[in-house]
Write a protein that binds this ligand. Structure first.
Ligand code: MUC
Ligand code: MG
Length: 367
């Protein structure tokens, strides 16, 4: 179980449907595949998706910090030294997706070594998660058509709509159009990626009262400290912290400050070891969680699935697992599937996924 190498392999796969949102847009999955290899010849994998507009990480910076700093700190330890690894990497501020991918690749390697699914090692609560899809900026009728298509083809009935445009009217119209299209039974919630001011967000929430939102996310900046608290205090549904709370400590700070009443858990930034901490913190406080999507490929989605289904608290809500559908291809030998609006946990050891070597050769950018 001794770790002999930690490798960072950059790759690039275009999106067939780019996603636009208030803080940026994505048309290329320029991710980093992290491979943790042990002296038994086991290779654990996970992926780090750079989100420069959110965390400041780029593909180059992720490869650089892993090669120069994190791999030397981890090599020589064993797969059971996850907390030591966390402590060593935690000396460096930031770099959340690089740290998370190493953590999850270690869990994958551990599961493969002992012949058990990571989902079971983490808690093994549910055998599936209901799927929620993120819908990006478009005109109202286009977003409504996407929502209907997802329901008709995959049975998806939960939608996170990206908002935060100026003025608020267009996004309000999008939400109304989606509700009319999908009916009252579907779940709709919104994510502003900090695009509105607190007063704009309050006005939008008021106008959207009849739409029946289940929650709202990052409608304004958490750094607008009093404005954010004022907004959260009058919000009739949970107000989810996403990018304003990327670590367990940030989650604590934002909740204690009244700057959020819900938490997005993204394994892409908190791995499994810190996602457990966030989930347990939220459960202890009785705070709503949603398994979020860092616009993950299928490797990252398999991580979200394994974690989200493992805990009773996180398995309660639909999880954002489907935006890999917007990519033109992926790395897995067997693609993930969504049936009747749900994704079943993968039964194999570790994450239960296998990287297709031909696809990795085709898309890697370092050779
Ligand atoms: C989300 O939930 O905000 C967009 C930017 C980012 O960091 O994550 C995505 C999705
Ligand atoms: Mg978000």
């Amino acid at each position: 179980m001794k770790i002999v190498s930690v490798r960072a392999v950059p790759y690039a796969i275009p999106f067939s449907r780019p996603l636009h949102f208030a803080s940026g847009f994505i048309d290329l999955a320029d991710n980093v595949l992290v491979q943790v290899t042990t002296d038994d010849g086991v290779v654990g994998v996970a992926e780090a998706p750079p989100r420069p507009y959110t965390y400041g990480e780029t593909q180059v910076s992720i490869v650089g910090v892993i090669e120069k700093l994190f791999a030397p700190a981890v090599e020589g330890l064993t797969l059971l030294d996850r907390e030591e690894v966390r402590a060593r990497l935690g000396r460096t501020v930031g770099n959340p997706t690089a740290k998370a991918a190493i953590d999850m690749a270690m869990w994958d390697a551990w599961g493969k070594t002992v012949g058990q699914p990571v989902h079971e090692l983490l808690g093994g609560y549910a055998d599936r998660l209901r799927v929620s899809h993120m819908l990006g900026f478009e005109a109202p009728e286009i977003v409504a058509d996407q929502a209907i298509e997802l329901r008709e083809t995959l049975g998806i009935t939960s939608y996170k709509i990206k908002v935060g445009r100026q003025p608020i009217d267009l996004d309000v119209a999008v939400c109304r159009a989606v509700r009319t299209a999908v009916g009252d039974d579907a779940e709709i919630y919104i994510d502003g990626n900090r695009g509105w001011t607190a007063p704009q967000a309050a006005e939008a929430v008021r106008q959207l009262e009849g739409v029946g939102l289940s929650r709202v996310e990052e409608l304004c900046r958490a750094d607008d400290v009093m404005g954010r608290r004022w907004l959260v205090s009058q919000c009739p549904v949970p107000f989810v912290a996403d990018e304003s709370a990327p670590t367990p400590a940030d989650v604590t700070r934002e909740l204690m400050a009244g700057a959020a009443t819900g938490v997005s858990i993204k394994t892409a930034r908190t791995g499994f070891s810190d996602s457990l901490r966030v989930a347990h913190l939220a459960e202890g406080l009785g705070v709503e969680t949603v398994i979020g999507n860092q616009i993950d490929g299928q490797v990252g989605t398999a991580c979200s699935l394994a974690f989200g289904a493992s805990q009773a608290w996180t398995a309660r809500n639909s999880a954002e697992l489907s935006n890999y559908l917007d990519m033109s291809d992926d790395l897995l030998a067997d693609p993930l599937t969504i049936i009747d609006g749900a994704m079943h946990v993968l039964p194999g050891p570790g994450l239960g996924i296998e990287i297709d070597p031909d696809k990795l050769s085709k898309y890697r950018t370092d050779v």
